[in-house]
Design a protein around this ligand. Sequence first.
Ligand SMILES: Nc1nc2c(ncn2[C@@H]2O[C@H](COP(=O)(O)OP(=O)(O)OP(=O)(O)O)[C@@H](O)[C@H]2O)c(=O)[nH]1
Length: 883
Amino acid sequence: MSDVTVRQLAHVVGTPVGRLLEQLREAGIGVDCEDAAITEAQKLQLLRYLRRSHGASVDAATPKKITLKRRSHSEIQVNAGGGRSKTVNVEVRKKRTYIKRSVILEQEQKRLAEVQAERRRQEEEQALQEQASLRAQQEREARLIAEEEAKRRAEEEAKRHAEEEAKRHAEAEAKRRAEEETKRRAEAKRHAEEETKRRAEEETKRRAEEETKRRAEEERKPRPRVEPEKARTEKSAGRKAKPRSRSGDRELEQEQRRTKFGRKELHITPGKPSKRKKLRSQKTAAPTPKHGFEKPTAPIVREVPIPETITVAELAQKMSVKAAEVIKVLMKLGTMATINQALDQETATIVVEEMGHKPKLLQENALELELTQPEQEVSKQVSRAAVVTIMGHVDHGKTSLLDYIRRAKVASGEAGGITQHIGAYKVHSDRGEITFIDTPGHAAFTAMRARGAKVTDIVILVVAADDGVMPQTVEAIQHAGAAGAPLVVAVNKIDRPDADPDRVKQELTNHDVIPEEWGGETQFVNVSAKTGEGIDELIEAILLQAEIMELKASSEGTARGVVIESRLDKGRGPVATVLVQSGTLYKGDILLSGVETGRVRAMLTETGQEITEAGPSTPVEILGLSGTPNAGDEAIVVSDERKAREIAGLRQAKEREAKLARQQSAKLENMFSEMEEGEVRTLNLVIKADVQGSAEALSEALIKLSTDKAKVKVVAAGVGGINETDVNLAVASNAILIGFNVRADATARRSIAEKGVDLHYYSVIYNAIDEVRGALTGMLEPEYREEIIGLARVDDVFRSPKFGAIAGCLVIEGVVRRHNPIRVLRDNVVIFEGQLESLRRFKEDVQEVRSGTECGIGVKDYRDVKVGDHIEVYEKIKIEPTL
Ligand SMILES: Nc1nc2c(ncn2[C@@H]2O[C@H](COP(=O)(O)OP(=O)(O)OP(=O)(O)O)[C@@H](O)[C@H]2O)c(=O)[nH]1
């Protein structure tokens, strides 16, 4: 900015010139006239002075806003027309305002603060509103809950009231009835007494009359000539007593007659004469107009014993009515029955009650129940040894482990003893005893379970450390799980250089067997059945598991046990190994086991030592039974040998019936109909498939079908053909067997037929799902079912350029028909499905070939038939819906 004069400055700041000059002087600026120029520095000096003089700090005095105004004058010449020009004065005014940046920032901050404050306020308001509404909502809900609770209480109260009222009513009613009944009985008794009295009086009167009549007659008649003879006879008979008078004889006779025909029999008229008397009285007295029979005054109420089944005729006979009467009652009940028709206990009971009699239900196994019922609280329970079974995959060392333990712990432990195989042995240690079942593998385990025996407390799962988890290891886990027996894992062959126990742990974890050190519940022990390493630890682990389980049994009272195995010994007859489970078995006891009985002639331990008593968890070899009972049969001591034999006979008959019943029980078709209202049923399945993937997929899909009413449980799922163990597992778990692209082997087929297991084969996963779903929902309507009609074994294969591969077969079951669909099986697994191209016998085309006959079979579009394969022929049969 250029310098200005004092006057100009006074003009700009609006101060009189004199005042400005004075101020300039005071500020120490040497100017003395109005026209003196003031520099920019002098202006600033003046400004500072003025600020100071006004007492403000330099900063505070710093103007926040400065407005500068400037006015400038100029003249311009403009053309006024006609060659003249005109001068115009122009004034330009400029005004510029400068605001300090800090002020703007301040203002901005202030504005922002205000905005934020506003926002906060709004947010707070909103939060308050939300809180208020939440509180209101909670209050509303609490009110609703309280109302519901109050309503529920009121309902419960009302219900309770109603129940109490009903109870009171019922009690009052019962009391009233009881009173009425007492009254009625008293009345009946009074009636009966009166009746008896009246009859007695009549009888006395009648007798007196008869006596008088007789005497009068006798007096009228001459004395018979036989009298002396009679007297003689009497004398010769050596009658020492005073001869009885004739009237005395008659009385005796009458007395006898009364007793003979039974005074209680209401049907007989009191005055009914006997046949002999009737004849005489016909001669002597005038016939009375009275009927021979008199209607009983009260109906006879009989107690009718009703067995589990009874025919109409038998029932009628027991009630002393005609069979037609019973049939009539049955008709009224809506049942058409014939005279020989068998009625069940329930129907018979209704008929008996309907006819006014009292039914007495007979239990067919009453005798058995009486003899075999466990005695209640015979004695206090004492600890018993754990019973252990060893399971695991083939060749993982089960037998070696059992042998090692037996050798090390039994033979050496007991002086002079030579261990023999009796099916089980006991191991003694400082901390307790363990009973080992000496048959390794789950076949024996399930066979026993299939017979309903729960023998094993703990399962030792043997897994070879160099091989890891194998299919049968998984099966063993499933079997132990199904039996509810805890596992102790023995990781065997730890002495091998390639042993990898951690891998075993890892693999078992995938099957829900989790080691303790990883947070699970299963004890893992590394052992070697070869060197004996870890065996003591294994025994410790079993004892620990047993301790946790607190196994107890009563050591007194009737002995009960289970047959572990039995055989027929050439010299000693039937020999059975029995594991005593409770009570004490003594030599000489009468034992009943399955359908066999007998007196215990001798008892031997695993070391061949003869003993006279065996307590709980003790295995003993028993001699003296009538035959060889089955493994898994219960063995109990009974008091009466005759009764024991009777029960054995009954059991035999029952076994046959049970087999029939079993054939009905676990059937897929019965699944829905057996579901009771509101009951949750479990459909147990044992699945075998051709490959692991199918087994898993099928299990998963079927488990998913579970509804809230019916649960699907896969007891076991494995790979390979169906064998006897699978059948036993199915029986033990009441499961249905499913074969997916696999078949049952010959032993399993026999077992299936014998035990009546329901087996279903599928080759399409959806068919299995549909059928199981149908069974669960009651919509089971299989229109067609496959039935295998024949099975041929391939004994030879010929290759012909014309026909391709021709299988030389022997039909081993049923019949092979030319036009039926077939499947080729290898090791019981389906490898091809299709049709026959040719069926020939001695170069001749035939329509069918029967069992025991050889034939040539050409399978259409299949050339890979091998010796040992089987060709299965089946038929689709229409099944009527069963539900
Ligand atoms: N090195 C070593 N070999 C073992 C051990 N235990 C078992 N074996 C061997 O493994 C093989 C199979 O043993 P077994 O006891 O017959 O196996 P298993 O499980 O009873 O077999 P199966 O009866 O066929 O089911 C045998 O050759 C044994 O000698 C072990 O701890 N270490």
